[in-house]
Ligand binder design. Structure first.
Ligand SMILES: Nc1ncnc2c1ncn2[C@@H]1O[C@H](COP(=O)(O)OP(=O)(O)OP(=O)(O)O)[C@@H](O)[C@H]1O
Length: 232
């Protein structure tokens, strides 16, 4: 089986709100898939279900064919950046990552590697409370990379990054996929991901609108407006 990420008939309700509505898609190995939809479309809810953080109302999700909660080595299989919160402001980036490494069974020696990978070596000994939002996003990505995973799930990773940071993120994601690994990257801003992705999964009000490869020379903006009417 070549699919790394599968979402099958996923529905999630919060009271009267249907956040995700019978969503089905799968992502093959070695690709960068953009997961697009307006604010509130259901992207984060889908990713949280995929990572076993919430229980679906119905439907299933799997990573390499296995539900996340049943993975034998989750941090080596999939790394996730869901939000940039959750860092203790008084700790240094290095200490934060060391704690995370120990908690997830990763050799602490990886910490300096991932700090270098995300361009934070120079700030490794600074307290995270003084980090900019963009630096916290990089730190979150470093945490996702600790287990040297084959799959990355990134929820709005460009939030808070300056143009240089966004360009860096694009090339980072591209290199990651070119080494045969897989990235699912959510965004509500089309232009952030348009130059990076091989395919797009577009949702609106929790439902699948389109899942298609990106054609060379395609005017993505026009395609998206036609499909969704509400994506920037
Ligand atoms: N824990 C929750 N309790 C109640 N409603 C929720 C909860 N989480 C999400 N929702 C609702 O579900 C819908 C989908 O939210 P979700 O965060 O998945 O969208 P999103 O596409 O990630 O949006 P954004 O781009 O703004 O992050 C929204 O209407 C949201 O208000």
């Amino acid at each position: 089986m070549n699919d790394t990420i599968t979402v099958t008939g996923l529905t999630k309700r919060f009271g009267d709100v249907v956040a995700v509505d019978d969503l089905t898609f799968s992502i093959g190995r070695g690709t960068v898939a953009g997961f697009l939809g307006a604010n509130g479309a259901g992207k984060t809810t889908t990713l949280r279900a995929l990572l076993g953080l919430i229980t679906p109302t119905s439907g299933t999700t799997a990573i390499n064919g296995t539900p996340y909660r049943e993975l034998a080595a989750p941090s080596r299989t999939v790394g996730a950046l869901l939000d940039s919160a959750g860092h203790h402001p008084g700790r240094t980036a290095r200490d934060h990552l060391r704690g995370l490494a120990i908690a997830t069974g990763v050799a602490p020696a990886r910490v300096d590697d991932v700090l270098a990978e995300v361009g934070l070596s120079h700030a490794a000994r600074r307290r995270v409370g003084g980090y900019s939002l963009g630096m916290r996003q990089r730190l979150g990505l470093a945490g996702a990379l600790l287990g040297d995973p084959e799959i990355l799930v990134l929820d709005e990773p460009a939030n808070g990054l300056d143009p240089e940071g966004i360009a860096w993120l694009r090339s980072f994601v591209r290199d990651f996929a070119d080494s045969g690994r897989t990235v699912l990257i959510s965004s509500h801003v089309l232009t952030e991901v348009a130059q990076t992705v091989d395919q797009v999964v577009i949702i609106r009000q929790g439902r699948l609108v389109a899942h298609k490869p990106i054609e060379a020379g395609e005017n993505l903006e026009r395609t998206f407006f036609q499909l969704t009417g509400d994506l920037g």
